[in-house]
Design a protein around this ligand. Sequence first.
Ligand SMILES: [Zn+2]
Ligand SMILES: [Zn+2]
Length: 245
Amino acid sequence: MLVKSYAVLKTLGSALLDFVFPPFCSLCREGLSDGERIVCEACWAKVALLSGPQCPRCGAPSTGDDRCPNCAGRDYRFSGACVLASFDEGAQALIHLLKYREKTSVGVRFGRMLGEAVKADPRMSGVDRVLPVPLHRSRVRERGYNQSDLIARGVGEALGRPVEARALARTRATRTQTELSGKERAQNVSGAFIVRRPERVAGLRLLLVDDVFTTGATLDACAGVLLDAGAVEVFVAAVASPFRK
Ligand SMILES: [Zn+2]
Ligand SMILES: [Zn+2]
């Protein structure tokens, strides 16, 4: 009897585990191997990681000449950027899982990978704190979490630096940037961020973290208010970017 109920419990337990961690990849539907969770390694391998020289201002792959087509004509207040991957199919699919399908572990793993890329950039070795780009609280309520918090957690782990998620806040629920031009994006986010706890950023070197770096307008708006609040220097890091050619 005891043996039988143990077997029943075991079956129930593994059914529950399979429900929480389905044994199929959330992207390609192939069976997951031992140790794989949510997404298989083959799908992770589709992320187009950047290698080789990158533009120090925006993180785009460097073309070798001085003018970077990706950030030409854009002024940034942050001191430099680090981007992990280009925003093509592989990264896009994973970021979609993170933002819209509650696959929060994807964010932490991306964060650890991004943290390793940041470590390879000597300019950023002196950062004191990692800050996620905040979402407006109405959007956090809707989604249940801020994807940038999860990425920042992984980055903080990789760098061995604390994450500061309360200093900066988004005061307006801005329109999605997807359909906007560069100029419209800057207007859309201008005045959307405030530093609620200046004492937590003043005198420090900061690393701001986001999922996607498009024109850099959001990260730059955050960097601006942090510098105005007394931060010494702000660097930015993003998981992926759809670079202009
Ligand atoms: Zn897969
Ligand atoms: Zn650039």
